[in-house]
Design a binder for this molecule. Structure first.
Ligand SMILES: *Cc1c(COP(=O)(O)O)cnc(C)c1O
Length: 356
């Protein structure tokens, strides 16, 4: 028998979540964000999102792959192009590129393309990663509008603290000022804005984490009422049982000692599968539909779990690390991280099973 760990990707849930996003932002078109190999779900496993208005990602190679698969609707490069020659591919494959730096504008000015392209002009909303100062917007707009290589310009922003109402209200006023009098589409909302700030939904929203069924805030309680479904379920089996005497310890570093005799299950899942190595004792795990906890440290290929409340469980028992029953937000919180990181960290040795 093969090692029992598997990541199940439920395409029905993915489609369902897209329909929820539509109902949350009914007036906007939707960029389904599939960067980082579709947040670890596998870019080849998300074709069922064909109802989306466009796909947004980082890598031009993946964008080309989508086109070669026959995807004809829009594709957005969230970080734009990395060298001027990329513009030939952007032109040839009809991709939309973000523009966040002056050198990119120069490149657009100097190059000869077959047809004008659409661009997203990125304004720095205060995060100070990519983007121009909003004070330059009008000047850049005029400049880009004058170039033959530009077909249309969309105002793009990305918020560093989209849960914060005050920040969004401030940005909203900035945006209204910037676009007043211009015939300009806007795209500024991520999942958090889709949930909590309808005033900034505008023409397009860019949604990642909601599609995959987790909370942008890291708190599952924040999405409990909107009926999203987890798309990825990571599961495995118990492959060993240990009976600890009082005072005996378990795993690398002996970080956990049994306070009384205790039955332990050894699960075929470790950090080389993408399970977070920093998950501490107490991180939730489900064994045979019962919630229990991780004990001791996470190894490369194994974790150890408490079977005190699972007397029926044994070798071969089903274990859910996160997913359908155990929401990934709870596991992420226990491991001091966010669902995004857990999803993306799934490694290539974990076999993927598709439910469609
Ligand atoms: C990743 C990303 C998103 C999606 O963020 P979620 O919180 O997953 O919705 C949106 N916009 C940009 C620019 C991104 O890089």
């Amino acid at each position: 028998m093969t090692r029992p760990i598997v990541a199940t990707i439920n395409q029905k849930s993915l489609k369902h979540n897209l329909s929820i996003v539509r109902s949350l932002a009914p007036k906007s078109k939707i960029w389904s964000v599939i960067k980082a190999n579709a947040y670890g779900h596998g870019i080849n496993n998300i074709w069922c999102l064909s109802d989306t208005d466009g796909f947004a990602l980082l890598s031009i190679e993946e964008a080309i792959m989508l086109r070669e698969h026959g995807w004809q609707k829009p594709i957005l490069l969230l970080e734009g192009f990395f060298c001027p020659e990329d513009l030939y591919l952007i032109d040839r494959y009809s991709l939309i590129t973000t523009i966040h730096s002056q050198w990119q504008i120069q490149a657009l000015e100097n190059i000869v393309l077959l047809k004008p392209i659409s661009v997203y002009l990125k304004i720095n909303s205060g995060m100070n990663r990519l983007g121009f100062n909003y004070k330059c917007f009008q000047k850049l707009w005029n400049k880009l509008s004058s170039l033959n290589n530009i077909r249309d310009i969309t105002l793009m922003m990305h918020f560093g603290n989209a849960e914060n109402k005050t920040e969004i209200i401030k940005s909203y006023h900035h945006i209204q000022n910037l676009i007043s009098g211009l015939n300009c589409n806007c795209c500024v909302s991520n999942s958090a804005c889709v949930l909590w700030h309808p005033e900034v939904h505008y023409d397009w929203v860019r949604v990642g984490i909601l599609l995959y069924g987790a909370s942008p805030s890291g708190n599952y309680s924040d999405i409990i009422n909107i009926n999203l479904k987890p798309v990825m379920t990571l599961s495995s089996k118990i492959i060993g049982i240990q009976k600890l005497k009082k005072g005996e310890s378990i795993g690398y570093g002996y970080t956990y000692y049994a306070k009384q005799p205790q039955r332990i299950g050894v699960v075929a899942c470790g950090y080389a599968d993408g399970y977070p190595r920093h998950a501490p004792t107490g991180t939730p795990v489900i064994v045979d539909n019962k919630i229990t906890q991780l004990l001791g440290s996470v190894s490369m290929d194994m974790i150890t779990v408490d079977l005190t409340n699972c007397p029926q469980s044994n070798i071969g028992s089903h274990v859910e690390l996160w997913g359908n029953k155990l929401k990934i937000d709870y596991v992420a919180k226990a491991a001091s991280t966010i669902s995004y990181e857990l999803m993306c960290a799934l490694t290539s040795r974990v076999p993927i099973k598709i439910i469609c």
